[in-house]
Structures are given as structure tokens and as C-alpha cells.
Design a protein around this ligand. Sequence first.
Ligand SMILES: O=C(O)[C@H]1O[C@H](OP(=O)(O)OP(=O)(O)OC[C@H]2O[C@@H](n3ccc(=O)[nH]c3=O)[C@H](O)[C@@H]2O)[C@H](O)[C@@H](O)[C@@H]1O
Length: 434
Amino acid sequence: MSHLDDIPSTPGKFKMMDKSPFFLHRTRWQSSVAKLAFWSLVFFGLLFIFFYRSPISNPDSSRRSLRTYSWGGPAWEKRVRSSARVRTRNGVSVLVTGAAGFVGTHVSAALKRRGDGVLGLDNFNDYYDTSLKRSRQALLERSGVFIVEGDINDLSLLKKLFEVVPFTHVMHLAAQAGVRYAMENPGSYVHSNIAGFVNLLEVCKSANPQPAIVWASSSSVYGLNTKVPFSEKDRTDQPASLYAATKKAGEEIAHTYNHIYGLSLTGLRFFTVYGPWGRPDMAYFFFTRDILKGKAISIFEGANHGTVARDFTYIDDIVKGCLGALDTAEKSTGSGGKKRGAAQLRVFNLGNTSPVPVTDLVSILERLLKVKAKRNMMKLPRNGDVPFTHANISSAQREFGYKPSTDLQTGLKKFVRWYLGYYKQGGKKVAAAA
Ligand SMILES: O=C(O)[C@H]1O[C@H](OP(=O)(O)OP(=O)(O)OC[C@H]2O[C@@H](n3ccc(=O)[nH]c3=O)[C@H](O)[C@@H]2O)[C@H](O)[C@@H](O)[C@@H]1O
């Protein structure tokens, strides 16, 4: 039905004029109700198509950002307060974003263990198996850490959290991780690593007191840099993936918020972090799964069969680095959105300082799993991967005594033990400590 129907165009339609005014009124009323219903249907139909079948990004990510979370209310606020309560003298109160993530879970547990107040925030997106995130959540819950379900892009949620708790620190670990996935779903990197970060900084800058922020950058910012080992002073203007570009953008954004608002900001460039409760999208994790299944694994190699290597860093060393950075972070200088003086702005490499070829990683896994891998050697695809990473950690060593102590063999042994235990129980095991 369209507005053209009101204009008599055929003799037959004139006959309607003969009907009683009541009939006429009723017919018009019925027709407008029908019109309203029709256009509402069209409108909601379009809305549905737009949000659920958006061509801009992968449907999963659109659904992810559309998810609504329920939060608020006296009981919820009580849980938030209790989780963030400092239980020791000189303790700090930390908002950990990405708390159900790999590094987030370990850092939250470590902070809680030493008596700090910890509140988690996580959107539980489905980039990888959400049941693993739920298991990590259960683990944290048992040690008294509450994870609020929500997105760092939700301004009103973040404002509310800062209203309820005057956080002294934010450990910002929520991000869209993974180098290769950036070609599949670029939008999710912009959404989390840029828009989400800016949103968080907006709230932090207006908070009173402003918290000090420590956040996860990435070794990938070194991109095509060939000078080794990578030092914080080296160039980082040649990112090889969109992921790296969003992390690099994060570092520039951090500079801006430090400069304008006096926010204390410390970026940590993590080097290929691995260990128990790790990320299933990372090579050491899915190699383990595929080797056990007898499935072939693709091992990347450089030009002329060149070695591809990573400065794999064990999670416990990374946690020590995160806590060191947090403990040496100076206070932000501003308040309520106004800068009152120069504030600290830092960036540190957190690596292991001994790169290992991916082929060696596979050999270690073979020994630990007692299964021979089906190796499929292939040329490093042009998907954002870089051939080599190697951290110079002298800055972090100097500033907060960062000294990694776990080699790949030892760390993978711990990972494999966890992996076998966790998946033997169908991925439901939460008893083991993080
Ligand atoms: O340190 C970092 O900055 C980054 O470390 C990892 O990225 P990546 O080092 O690429 O880790 P993996 O995806 O686990 O790859 C490890 C190595 O295995 C290689 N690989 C990967 C996948 C594969 O099928 N075959 C293969 O040989 C990669 O080329 C790489 O050399 C994380 O995924 C990023 O989120 C993080 O920021």
C-alpha cells in the first residue's frame, strides 16, 4: 500500500465515496494502522539486516559490538566495590580491562594475591572459544575478582565504574589481538584498539582523581625494523599489519592524552606471550592441539628457507613486568579533565631476549607431547607476520628490575601440563591456579 492509494484512479474506487462516513473513517483508520504496521516492519527489517548482516566486517564482530550487557543496581555496585576494595596497606585499586583474557587473568590474579583491589572488565567476545574465557572468569571469581561484563566502548558503563570506585590505576589489556586476523576483520581492530582506547582515556581524563594507566602495546610495532635487538628508541613507523598499526596508533594517542590532560601512561610492548590459560589463536597453542590430533601444521619460513623466529616470553615474566610498571607509575597530574603539570609517559619492551626459531618451538612440543608433528613448511604468507622479533629489555630492567627467568623449554612444559589437564576434563577445569 502506498500514498497513491488515496487518489482515486479507477472508476471502481469512486464507488467507495458512496459508503457512510463511519465506514469511510473506519477504512481510513484501518488503512493507517496497516500502513504503520507495514512501515514498522520495513524499518525493523532494515535495522535487522543492517546490524546482523553488515558487510563492513565479519558478522561475528558486528554482533559482538551490538551485544547488550546488563549492569547496574545496588547488588551490582556492591560487588564492584567489594572486588575493588584494597586489602592491604599501600595497596592500589586497579581496573583491569580484558580481565577474562590471557594476560588479564594472570595479572588480575597476581594483583589480588598481593592484596590490591581488582575489578575486571571484559566483553567476552567470541574471537576465540568463549568457554575458555568463562573458565578464567570462574578462576578469578574464586579468588574474589569480579569481572563486569561490558565493552570499553560503553561510555556510560565506564563512567559508572569510576563513580562507584575511585580507581588509582587502570591496567588496560582489552584489545583485539592477533596479527593475521586483521586481514579478515579490520573493523574489530579499529573498534577495540583505537575507538575503545580513546573512550577509556576520555573517562580516565575526566575522573577525579585521574588514574595512572598501564596498557598493552605490542612488539609488532617494530614492523619491518631490521635493527636487532629491538630497542624502544628504534623506528616504529613501518607496521606490517593493521594490528600493529592500531597498537602504534595507541602509542600516539597515549602521547596526546598525556600531553593535553596530564594522564600518566605506560605502554608495554609484549613479545609473543605464551603459557597456561593462553590464547588458542596463537601458534604454540594450536600447534599443540593439531599435533595431538595428528593434523598437519604449517610452519612459516623466510625467503630462501630463512628462519622465522620469535622472542617467546613466558606469562609469569610478563606479569612481573606488568606489576613492575604499575608500581613505578607516577600519579597523573590532572583532575576533572584539566592538566596541572607534566605527567609520566613511558614505553617498555617486555620480551625474553632470546629468539627461538618456530621450528625449534615445534621440536620442543614434539618432545613434550611425545608425538611427531606433521610439518608442512611454507613461505611466510604476506599477512602481517614479521620474520623475527628480539627484545632489548634494558629500559624495563633499569626502571623496575624486569628480568625474565623462564626459557621456552620450561615454559612450554608448564603450558603442556596445563593444556593436557584442562582439555582432559573437557575444558571445564578451573581448580588449577593461574
Ligand atoms: O608479540 C606480539 O607483539 C604479538 O605476539 C603474537 O603474535 P605472533 O608473534 O605472530 O604469535 P603467533 O601468532 O603465535 O605466531 C608465532 C610464530 O609462529 C609462526 N606461525 C604462525 C602460524 C602458523 O600457522 N605457522 C607459523 O609458523 C608465526 O609466523 C610466528 O613466527 C600475538 O598473537 C599478538 O597478539 C602479539 O601482539
